[in-house]
Ligand binder design. Structure first.
Ligand SMILES: Cc1cc2nc3c(=O)[nH]c(=O)nc-3n(C[C@H](O)[C@H](O)[C@H](O)COP(=O)(O)O)c2cc1C
Length: 199
């Protein structure tokens, strides 16, 4: 079965968790299986560029939560990754996460060929850097050989949510933002289903 993994990069259970789950619910309507992981409380150390992964080609030497999360990541066919906007950027959690995926090219269940990913950003201010944050997440997908899925016509780069600094309640009030989220969920599901047989 085609599987979409949703990841929230928020350190708290508020708007980003809520909208990533909303996108996954929409994806399920199109016949994909979904799984959800929050990075909250997970131990994901920064990559220290020791190059163990490049020399040994067996994965990362650091023993933390990235071990099992990487396995889940490699199993999935598509991704919906959501991050709060922090200072016009994604959270440090998700940047560490993508850096720590550096060894994925060497791992047995190779990787990301024909895998798809879509991004969601959640900001407290209406134009507080949602697009910058999405672009950054898109670049992370590209760096890991994941094909980027954006929104349908008019929705541009993906899910963009404004919380008015009210967390989940604020996100629930952002009708257009939620539409951009479900639109992305649908498109990631459809693209993953289309490309499933290519892998
Ligand atoms: C350190 C920090 C930096 C932030 N920077 C921005 C920002 O640049 N732009 C913005 O719109 N919101 C910013 N916010 C607000 C959050 O994006 C907003 O509260 C969002 O809802 C957080 O996602 P969450 O509800 O899933 O935790 C920042 C919040 C924190 C804690």
């Amino acid at each position: 079965m085609t599987k979409i993994l949703g990841i929230s990069a928020s350190p708290r259970n508020e708007a980003t968790d809520f909208v990533v789950k909303r996108a996954l619910e929409k994806a399920q309507e199109f016949g994909v299986e979904t799984e959800y992981i929050s990075l909250r409380g997970k131990k994901i150390k920064n990559c220290n560029h020791c190059d163990y992964c490049m020399k040994n080609k067996t994965g990362c030497i650091i023993n933390d939560d990235m071990k099992w999360i990487t396995e889940k990541f490699l199993e999935a066919d598509g991704y919906i990754i959501g991050s709060p906007v922090y200072t016009y950027n994604p959270t440090p959690e998700i940047i560490s996460f993508f850096n720590r995926l550096r060894p994925m090219r060497f791992l047995p269940k190779i990787g990301s060929k024909f895998k798809v990913g879509g991004a969601i950003s959640v900001g407290g201010t209406r134009n507080g850097g949602q697009e910058m944050t999405i672009n950054c997440l898109i670049n992370c997908f590209l760096a890991r050989e994941i094909m980027v899925i954006g929104g349908s016509m008019g929705n541009y780069s993906g899910g963009k949510v404004w919380t008015d600094n009210q967390g989940k309640i604020g996100a629930e009030h952002d009708e257009l933002g939620l539409l951009s989220v479900t639109d992305l969920g649908q498109r990631v599901a459809e693209a993953a289903l289309l490309l499933r047989d290519k892998r």
